[in-house]
Every structure is written in structure tokens, then in C-alpha cells.
Design a protein around this ligand. Structure first.
Ligand SMILES: Cc1ncc(COP(=O)(O)O)c(C=O)c1O
Length: 419
């Protein structure tokens, strides 16, 4: 289900802004737990592991809550692995699927880290380091479903994973190093369409036929959530139900009872977060032009709109009722014409005005569904703006600071003077 419920009322938002300033990220613990439970209840035929794709929001408190609920983790870099280990996550709860295999994977594999080789070269490196070892293989099944090329991580335009037609080379490398390919991994991008997911499952099972030692199939993440009414949220019960029957049929036919893994990021955190900002200026470009609301946030906290035309809802929180006034373009505080918060859907170049109540300088604006790929994916410190703090709305209604606002000294800490 999409989350169209109010996130914060005016007085709560006012309290948050007073306690922590703006811009500030806020995550709702109750929503976070509810989304995680939905993922943990994904239908499955045999064994099942739900992983959280930590790249979506790697803040310690979020990791701790999800670990406490029993989720395992998907890391996308050696640094994410280290971050998870520092957070107290056991190495054998972490799987690494990365574009850049770090040298230190050699230290973590003996502790239990699961590596999914994402290219032939990575498989070779794993084989050299651990001859006779057990490894996963990320395969690009030739199909993708992202809404724009930049979110599409499957198909011929994507470099992620071993291209399905190169499977014989992967098997040859595995044989040379006596490797057991025990896991098959695919991740094809954001999608809500059960038909697409079903095709992915079928393609995976076809691949499993060629990999006799595979015991676990990881379907990746990419379970889309609606952030505006024109978008669709994935029904995990439907998608999982279809996967479950495919796995059962496969087991009947082959005797192989495969474990299932999924590793959503967006689905767990996107709707659990919001970003509170203030209108700091209002300008217009005349009758033929636009009215702009300039916020005290922008690509420094939320890059998704300017990067791929992502859509978010904006709520003006005022003490009194305001009439719906006009269409505004919302822009960020960076000296960058691309710092646009209201582009057209899927087209970061085009402006798409939003209807909002009449705004005044100083008003609070809540940007919804910023829990995923916002705090973790900013154009950090551009124009020397410090990282915004992150706050957790606890189940008792209190706000707990979970990441402090960065200071200018912290921004400058690694610079060396010539003087
Ligand atoms: C390998 C892998 N797994 C999981 C995810 C999480 O995707 P999402 O946040 O769309 O669920 C990603 C995201 O890019 C990914 O690359």
C-alpha cells in the first residue's frame, strides 16, 4: 500500500525545526518497522533471507533497528561492509555485490562475508584468493525495468553483473579454481509490475539449470514504491506469491529446493523518511515565466529529482488554512540551474510546476518519501553547505537525533594549507 497518511503535523514540524533546525531529515520509526515487517513476510517456498540494501540509508540507528528485526544486509562497496561490521552486524549476515571489489574482501570472506562476483574479472580474483571456495554470481539476465536509463540496472545498457551469454566463461573460471557457485544474484532495477518480476524469476530459474551447485537465488531489490499518485507501489504478496509457485514447480521438476533472498532498500526506507525545509525566498520571472520557491535545501540533501527527474510530494505546513494559490517551481539553494526539486517525471531537464497553498518566506515545507537515496546520495558539501542532521521520530512521539549537523570545521578537516 502507498503511504498517503500525513507524516508530520504543523506543530510537530515546528517542534522539529526548533529542536534541530532546517533542513533536517526525519525518519518515522513506526513506519520503518512496518515496512521491514512487510519485507520479512515476503512469500517464499523454502528458505528465505531478507536483506536491507544499506546504500539506501546507511545511518547507524536505521541499521540497528533493522538488524534487531532480523534483517540481513546487502552491501555495495567494501566501505559499506566495514560500516556494517562497525555497527555490529555479523559478517555472515552481509552479502557484497559491488562494481568495485575491494582488496580487503580477502580479510572478510573468512569471517563469513558472502561475495557475489559481479564480473568475470571479479570471479577470477575470488578464485585466485579462495581456490575451492563458495561464491555467488551476479548475472545480468538481459532484462531491465528502471523508469529511466539511470535507474535501469539490467539489460544491454547496464554494466552490472555477468552478461547472461557469458555464463560459459564464468563456468570455465569457476572450474579452473574449483569454485562452487552456490548463489545466483540478479537485480534489474525499480519496478512494481508482477509480470516483470515473474519473468525475472523464470530467467533466474533457467540460469539455475545451468549452475548445478546453486542453492540460493537472490532476486535483488528494486521493489518500487509510489511517491506520487501516478506511481505504483509493488505488492510484495503478489510478487512473492508468484515467485513462490515458480520455486515450488521448479523443485517438483528438479528436486532442487532453492532458498530465496531479496534485498530491497527503497521499499523499506523510502516512505519512512521526509525532509523538512524552509522557504527562504520567493521570486518570479514575469507573466510568461514561473514563480519559484527557493528552499534552504536542494541537491545537497535530495539529488534524485535533478539526477533522474524523480517525483516527490511537497507539503506546505502552516499554522492557518491557506487557499491553494498557484503553481510553483521548487528550487534548491545551490548555485546550479539543475538544482530543481520539481522536474517533470523522468525528465530532469523539464520544469513541472506544482500547485501549493500560497507560500511565504519562512514557511515550512515537508518533502515526502526521502528515506531512500537522499541522506545517502547527496551532492555533499556543494557550495560548502554542511550535511543536514538526521532525526528519528520514536514510537513515543519524541525526536531522537541520530546524526548531527556537520560543521564547517568538519568539512575542512582533511584540507592541508600551503601557508
Ligand atoms: C545489487 C542491488 N541490490 C539491491 C539494491 C536496492 O535497490 P532498491 O533500493 O531499488 O530496492 C540495489 C540498488 O541499486 C542494488 O544495486
Amino acid at each position: 500500500m502507498s503511504d498517503w497518511q500525513p507524516f508530520l503535523g504543523y506543530s510537530e514540524a515546528q517542534r522539529l525545526a526548533t529542536e534541530h533546525g532546517t533542513p533536517v531529515y526525519v525518519y518515522d520509526e513506526r513506519r520503518l518497522r512496518a515496512q521491514a515487517e512487510k519485507v520479512l513476510n515476503f512469500p517464499h517456498a523454502f528458505g528465505f533471507t531478507a536483506r536491507y540494501a544499506v546504500k539506501a540509508c546507511p545511518t547507524l540507528a536505521v541499521i540497528q533497528i533493522l538488524h534487531g528485526l532480523g534483517l540481513h544486509f546487502d552491501a555495495s562497496s567494501g566501505y559499506e561492509v566495514q560500516r556494517l561490521l562497525k555497527a555490529g552486524i555479523p559478517a555472515d549476515h552481509i552479502s557484497l555485490s559491488t562494481q568495485e571489489l575491494p582488496d580487503n574482501f580477502v580479510a572478510f570472506v573468512p569471517q563469513g562475508l558472502k561475495v557475489n562476483a559481479c564480473s568475470l574479472q571479479q570471479l577470477e580474483r575470488f578464485g585466485k584468493a579462495f581456490p575451492g571456495g563458495r561464491v555467488g554470481l551476479r548475472v545480468n539476465p538481459g532484462l531491465g525495468s528502471g523508469h529511466v536509463n539511470r535507474t535501469n540496472v539490467g539489460g544491454p545498457a547496464s554494466s552490472f553483473g555477468v552478461w547472461h551469454a557469458h555464463l560459459p566463461q564464468a563456468k570455465e573460471i569457476a572450474a579452473r579454481y574449483d569454485l562452487v557457485i552456490e548463489r545466483l544474484h540478479t537485480h534489474i532495477g525499480s519496478g512494481a509490475d508482477p509480470e516483470v518480476w515473474e519473468r525475472v524469476v523464470d530467467l533466474n530459474l533457467e540460469t539455475v539449470r545451468q549452475l548445478p551447485d546453486v542453492e540460493t537465488v537472490n532476486m535483488g531489490g528494486g521493489f518500487k514504491v509510489a511517491r506520487v499518485p501516478s506511481e505504483q507501489t509493488t505488492d510484495l504478496q503478489v510478487v512473492g506469491g508468484r515467485a513462490q509457485s515458480r520455486f515450488e514447480a521448479f523443485a517438483q521438476e528438479t528436486g532442487r529446493e532453492l532458498n530465496l533472498e531479496i534485498e530491497p532498500g527503497t521499499y523499506i526506507v523510502a516512505t519512512t523518511g521526509a525532509l523538512l525545509a524552509r522557504v527562504q525566498d520567493i521570486v518570479d520571472t514575469g507573466e510568461e515565466g514561473y514563480r519559484f520557491l527557493k528552499l534552504d535545501t536542494g541537491m545537497t540533501e535530495i539529488l534524485r529529482p535533478s539526477m533522474y527527474g524523480a517525483q516527490h510530494r511537497f507539503e506546505l505546513l502552516a499554522a492557518e488554512e491557506r487557499a491553494v494559490d498557484a503553481a510553483y517551481i521548487l528550487v534548491g539553494h545551490c548555485c546550479e540551474s539543475g538544482d530543481i526539486l520539481t522536474p517533470a517525471a523522468g525528465d530532469a531537464e523539464a520544469l513541472a510546476p506544482r500547485d501549493l497553498p500560497e507560500a511565504e518566506v519562512g514557511d515550512l515545507i515537508l518533502i515526502r518519501d526521502t528515506g531512500a537515496y537522499c541522506a545517502s546520495m547527496p551532492s555533499k558539501n556543494y557550495n560548502s553547505f554542511p550535511e543536514a542532521p538526521e532525526v528519528l521520530l520514536r514510537t513515543d512521539g519524541s525526536f531522537a537525533l541520530i546524526r548531527r549537523r556537520q560543521t564547517l570545521d568538519q568539512i575542512l578537516a582533511n584540507e592541508l594549507s600551503l601557508a
